[in-house]
Design a protein around this ligand. Structure first.
Ligand code: AMP
Ligand code: MG
Length: 415
């Protein structure tokens, strides 16, 4: 095992925008798909367009409880009396056809009877026995939902590349479709590296700590709908790491490790990654998370995340998540929302790196503010739990004063 050569240790830290481009440019979606039942499509990525087999809605129907009438019967500037000849309920259409001077009592969702072309809402009319009085001023075609207005038969209801959420499940069901074709799950192998790491349930030797990164990573990966291969803890021994990398790269589409990517004497991960595969970059101009290795072994994409628990999560959300979504075949969305917020804190920072602080949004009636969530050390995992947003300070920012505008990324929707 060779240690990083001085020249490689001084490799310039890559800028965030370049890293995003480099990562996304080098990835392509996995192939392979499967049929799943509608419920099971939640979180899955459509592998084919879903085509509407029918018009939704199938018939012109009423958007209101009221009366279906023929607009041509109605006087322009006086009340019109119409004979009510029957009822139309959702799922129970009126079988007849209103003629001149006739109306049908109709409920929301009921098919508009042949001959009628307008619904007058019931709050607007007066009813006496079998006669309904319609006030002047009705507009032809009001309060109707037209056949095919939601979706026309033969049109793309949902495009391939769409990740299904609750609305998509409902839309698929509304078409009477019971099964959809989705991409197979992305297989992600992950392990923690470090001689100090101790599994839960074992006593801690002096200087040892419990492995938390595998739990944060398994949570984040499960939410994305990945298939997880948890490979446990691997000690800081090149032979053990090499075997783990070989096994992971064989079994998975993506390998994610934490720890061992800096330049310490026990940091073998990057070295091994470049010996067994290739490393595109391993140093980013960010905090936390400066050492972040990205590359490939065989067919697997590799992310070597820094070991500090906050750095692990920050680099996952800022760099890995979008990469995994792209590999899952998700059509890229516009970049995650960034919102301007008023800083309720002050700090100084060096230029030339992006900082991802953990923040808490403040809503005090005068707009959106943000304060720091607890201690910002990259080992203080509690700051992630107490936070509800990242505060993203760009490269050129060197200080923040209270009252300055900063940009935040709310966790909601992001994590
Ligand atoms: P490393 O990136 O290996 O230099 O680790 C940086 C810091 O993160 C050290 O304090 C490690 O003990 C800690 N660390 C590394 N891996 C983990 C892990 N899986 N769980 C919790 N802490 C970790
Ligand atoms: Mg380590």
């Amino acid at each position: 095992m060779t240690h990083p050569s001085p020249s490689s240790t001084v490799q310039a830290a890559l800028k965030v925008a370049e890293a995003h481009r480099l990562i996304l440019d080098s990835l392509s979606p996995i192939t392979g798909s499967e049929h799943v039942e509608v419920h099971a499509a939640l979180g899955r990525v459509l592998a084919q367009d879903v085509i509407a087999p029918l018009d939704v809605p199938m018939h012109d129907n009423s958007a209101m409880d009221g009366y279906a009438v023929r607009a041509s019967d109605l006087a322009a500037d006086a009340e019109t009396a119409l004979a009510v000849i029957g009822n139309a309920f959702a799922g129970r259409p009126f079988a007849g056809r209103p003629g001149p001077g006739e109306a049908v009592r109709i409920m929301t969702g009921a098919v508009i009877p042949d001959g009628a072309d307008t619904v007058v809402m019931q709050e607007a009319v007066r009813r006496e026995g079998d006669t309904v009085f319609i006030p002047a001023g009705q507009q032809q075609g009001r309060n109707l939902r037209r056949a095919g207005e939601d979706l026309a038969a033969g049109s793309v209801a949902l495009p391939a590349g769409k990740r299904c959420g609750p609305a998509e499940l409902g839309l698929i069901a509304s078409l009477g479709i019971g099964e959809v074709v989705v991409r197979r799950r992305l297989r992600v192998a992950f392990f923690s590296t470090g001689d100090e790491l101790t599994p839960i349930g074992q006593p801690l030797a002096p200087g040892a700590i419990h492995d938390s990164n595998r739990y944060t990573l398994s949570g984040a990966l499960s939410r994305l709908g990945c298939e997880l291969l948890d490979m446990g803890i691997v000690p800081d021994r090149p032979a053990a790491l090499e075997a783990a990398f070989a096994e992971a790269a064989e079994a998975a589409d993506v390998v994610i490790t934490s720890g061992g990517v800096s330049v310490g004497d026990a940091d073998f991960v990057r070295e091994l990654m470049s010996r067994m595969g290739e490393v595109s970059f391993w140093k980013l101009a960010i905090k936390p998370g400066r050492p972040l290795a990205f590359g490939r072994i065989g067919n697997a994409v590799l992310f070597g995340l820094p070991g500090n628990p906050v750095a692990t999560l920050v680099s996952f959300y800022q760099f890995v998540q979008d990469a995994l979504l792209a590999m899952m075949g998700v059509t890229p969305l516009p970049p995650a929302g960034r919102f301007a917020a008023r800083a309720a804190f002050a700090l100084r920072k060096p230029a030339d790196r992006v900082e991802y602080l953990r923040g808490r949004m403040l809503r005090d009636g005068t707009g959106l503010g943000v304060t720091l969530a607890g201690t910002q050390g990259s080992g203080v995992l509690r700051s992630m739990s107490e936070a509800d947003c990242f505060i993203v300070l760009p490269e050129d920012c060197t200080s923040v004063q209270a009252g300055d505008t900063v940009f935040i990324q709310p966790f909601h929707g992001l994590v």
